[in-house]
Design a protein around this ligand. Structure first.
Ligand code: SF4
Ligand code: SF4
Ligand code: SF4
Length: 443
């Protein structure tokens, strides 16, 4: 029997949609398929009929609703390999994001929209109350002070602090002690740092769900907080998506008003700064006998470079050189690195098989490197590489560590004593009183 070709009639689009698509030269697309062959989501289970080239052709034909209603766009991690590979310069990754933006909010898959709403309404993705958050900060701070860092406390809403730091709700809610690594670094460096008492979330699920207005509001909140407390510099959130969303939100706010400018620094730059200034001392011997490799996160590398002209490739490698003796590269890396498969909110979305399919190249790369430890600097990458990929690709065993964990484990800590210790304890007492948090016996 002869196959009958489906006849597609180009759909007429709204003015808004035409204006939006007009920003991309879809007519330049030569249907070469480089985007699809470079996209790790191609061939994902359950989506065998979909690929990036098809999406581009559908959009060129005006089939926006069909694309928006497909879950294929939600498999896009925003890794940017397609855009990098397109010979005609079509920037496909933001187009995929815009298709997410156009989805009715009650049809956003999984918990992404709920998390973004929580963040906008309560100040964090998991709607952790202010009281629970502050009590956690007090108790955990005391635990670290007793264990290793006498006089340590978490400075909250500190006026005139040098740097602002954003906790990640996964750690505030459950992986409590994962916060100790950054805290120890701040302690060892004698940093004048702070966290907000409200609106502290590091992860931006508004970005992941294409909620541009949400991303703008989250950045606005950070700007207001810094100005109110006269904080000099913000360390961009560690989450690759969180920092990318923050950067994008700051750009939106700056476009509205030049007075919205605030100073920020990426975690790599901050860590290099305190190392180069000799503010922390490291003992590499704690990492002896293991080989380490580095995962280039797309949002701290390729995507940041493509949209903001900076990429953190050399910095993490330099930092690792100060901490470990045995480093091996994964290939390909840097601009050509593969995404782990968790970006764009894929970690909390209901697409485990597809996300693991996306991450298959990363699993292969790790195995080929022969490393014992994979070092990451994005909380989504970490969850994916540590928890999801080993479930699907169990043959090769490895550990996963944050870059700041590798540093914290090698720290030689000089504890506060005498007057310095008494001053820190007085400051802590004053702070918790001001925040109306009931003190435990340590104070
Ligand atoms: S950004 Fe990455 S995941 Fe998304 S379509 Fe492009 S290559 Fe695929
Ligand atoms: S890589 Fe570019 S030119 Fe080739 S099919 Fe994709 S969008 Fe079209
Ligand atoms: S999860 Fe990590 S590797 Fe994947 S897109 Fe995000 S930053 Fe890139």
């Amino acid at each position: 029997m002869q196959a009958v070709a489906e006849v597609i009639t180009p759909t007429s689009l709204s003015e808004d949609m035409r204006t939006y698509l007009g920003r991309f030269d879809l007519a330049a697309c030569v249907s070469c398929g480089s985007c699809a062959s470079g996209c790790p989501s191609s061939g994902a289970p359950g989506f065998e009929d979909w690929n990036t080239r098809k999406v581009l052709r559908m959009l060129a034909m005006g089939m926006v609703d069909e694309v928006v209603n497909s879950d294929f766009v939600w498999l896009c991690t925003g890794c940017g390999r397609c855009s990098q590979n397109c010979p005609m310069g079509v920037d496909i990754a933001p187009l995929m994001m815009h298709m997410k933006h156009l989805r009715d909010r009650d049809k956003v898959p999984g918990s992404l929209h709920k998390g973004a709403q929580n963040n906008l309404e309560s100040g964090n993705n998991l709607a952790i109350s202010r009281d629970d958050y502050l009590e956690g900060m007090l108790d955990l701070g005391n635990e670290l002070a007793e264990e290793e860092c006498p006089g340590f406390y978490v400075p909250v809403d500190k006026q005139d602090a040098e740097v602002l730091f954003f906790p990640n709700s996964k750690e505030v809610y459950g992986d409590f002690e994962d916060q100790f690594w950054w805290w120890k670094i701040f302690y060892a460096a004698r940093e004048n740092w702070t966290v907000p008492s409200e609106g502290w979330e590091a992860v931006d699920w508004a970005l992941f769900s294409g909620n541009y207005e949400g991303t703008r509001k989250l950045a606005r909140r950070k700007i207001d907080f810094m100005k109110r407390l006269n904080i000099k510099q913000m360390i961009m959130p560690d989450c690759g998506g969180g920092s990318y969303g923050c950067r994008t939100g700051l750009k939106y706010c700056l476009e509205e008003n030049s007075e919205n400018e605030v100073d920020f620094i990426y975690l790599y730059e901050y860590l290099m700064r305190i190392m180069k200034e000799g503010r922390i001392t490291l003992d590499k011997s704690v990492h002896a006998g293991k080989s380490f490799t580095w995962h280039d996160s797309c949002k701290h590398g390729r995507e940041l470079y493509r949209h903001y002209g900076v990429a953190f490739f050399d910095e993490p490698r330099w930092i690792l050189e100060q901490c470990v003796d045995d480093f091996v590269e994964m290939t390909p890396n840097r601009m050509n690195s593969y995404c782990c498969g968790a970006g764009g909110g894929m970690w909390p979305m209901p697409f485990d098989d597809q996300s693991a399919h996306h991450g298959r190249y990363k699993a292969e790369q790790i195995q080929r490197s022969g490393a014992d430890v994979v070092v990451v600097a994005c909380s989504n990458c970490r969850d994916q590489i540590m928890k999801r990929l080993p479930n699907y690709y169990p043959d090769y065993k490895y550990e996963v560590k944050y870059l700041w964990q590798v540093i914290a484990e090698a720290l030689v800590i000089d504890p506060l004593q005498g007057e310095e210790l008494r001053r820190a304890e007085d400051e802590a007492r004053e702070q918790w009183k001001r925040l109306e948090v009931e003190l435990t016996s340590e104070y």
